[in-house]
Design a protein around this ligand. Structure first.
Ligand SMILES: *Cc1c(COP(=O)(O)O)cnc(C)c1O
Length: 341
């Protein structure tokens, strides 16, 4: 209402407040609000100097925006298989994928579980690469005491299904002054001073209403996250019919998704599980049914490659509700339906 009554609907006061709350929450030096998580990835890549001829190493098991943002920057995605336990990029395979054209590593903190940043940053430092994190699902996650987004450059999404949502929206956090300045220009047609354009940019501004919606939720991020964590802990203790998600030592999971695994060689098929849970009134989701290299627009580039862990994950994963509005009854109903599979 404050935004509507002000009559100023474009990027304004609440965008600044939302940026301040991201800085406060993550510990980042800079936060730049943009119109989507995809826009955040796009400007972060461009601001890091990534363009045509450059290779960016990323994961095939992600929402397609991760890979598309690399294509949007004119660069070439290089896909590396994932690890079994967290479904994140397998950091131990990354170094073998580095070539003289590699410029960046773009890990995804999938479902809210941090990727192995220590090893990825080490590889990046040794080869002169930048690390840009797709933290779209990982607001509230941390490694040890270090919040995701607190150092380096990370991209968040405020899309309608994310833990904190604006409908559409995104945020770049960075500790690099030059990257921050370029992201701020790139979101607004390359403009630094009014109507002085320093570079080709975009209209990636966030409307103030969207920022106000997200800013209000940022004030109760801790409650939202602890409710998700409590739901996850309940499922971990009670579900005994299938594999529940692992959390690596020292990592705080953001629990954007709570994802069960139904191994292909196990007793229960994932698709049967989804169907039977649906019949029991439990909504489920498959994130993601197809790896990036099997999507039509990438099939030409990646037609021949085989990334077996990612391909199998696409057939084995099933996410159940973990959101903060689940009641005690909801949680019990979910557990008894899963355990009856
Ligand atoms: C949601 C999401 C994005 C894209 O965010 P949008 O705000 O929808 O553009 C990118 N990567 C991952 C892993 C996501 O989950």
């Amino acid at each position: 209402m404050d935004v509507l009554e002000s009559g100023m609907l474009a990027q304004g006061k609440y965008v600044s407040l939302l940026e301040a709350s991201f800085k406060h929450t993550t510990g980042a030096r800079h936060a730049i609000a943009v119109s989507s998580g995809t826009a955040a990835l796009h400007v972060a890549l461009l601001a890091s100097g990534i363009g045509p001829g450059d290779e960016v190493i990323t994961t095939p098991f992600t929402f397609i925006a991760t890979v598309n943002s690399i294509l949007m920057a004119g660069a070439t995605p290089v896909l590396v298989d994932i690890e079994e336990s967290t479904w994140n990029i397998d950091a131990s395979l990354v170094e073998a994928a580095v070539t003289p054209r590699t410029k960046a590593i773009l890990p995804v903190h999938l479902f809210g579980h941090p990727a192995d940043l220590a090893l990825l940053r080490d590889i990046a430092a040794r080869h002169g690469l930048v690390v840009i994190e797709d933290a779209a699902q990982a607001l509230g996650a941390s490694i040890g005491k270090a919040a995701i987004g607190g150092s380096g450059t990370a991209c968040f999404s405020l899309y309608a299904t994310k833990n904190i949502l604006a409908g559409e929206g995104g945020m770049v956090t960075t500790d690099d002054d030059a990257i921050a300045e370029r992201c701020a220009m790139l979101r607004n047609h390359g403009m630094k001073e009014r109507y002085k354009h320093e570079m080709l940019g975009y209209n990636y501004r966030m409307p103030d209403i969207a920022a106000a919606i997200a800013h209000a939720q940022m004030q109760r991020l801790e409650q939202v996250q602890s409710a998700r964590a409590a739901n996850a802990e309940y499922f971990r203790r009670k579900i005994d019919s299938c594999e529940t998600p692992a959390t690596k030592d020292g990592c705080t999971h953001a629990w954007h998704q709570y994802t069960l695994r139904f191994p292909l060689d196990g007793d229960i098929r994932r698709d049967d599980a989804a169907k039977r849970l649906g019949e029991a009134g439990i909504g489920t989701g498959i994130f993601y049914p197809t790896p990036a290299h099997r999507q039509r627009h990438l099939a030409g580039a990646f037609g021949g490659i085989c990334l077996p862990v990612a391909e199998r994950a696409c057939d084995e994963v099933l996410s159940i509700p973990v959101h903060p509005r689940l009641s005690t009854d909801d949680r019990e109903a979910i557990v008894s339906a899963v355990n009856a599979l």
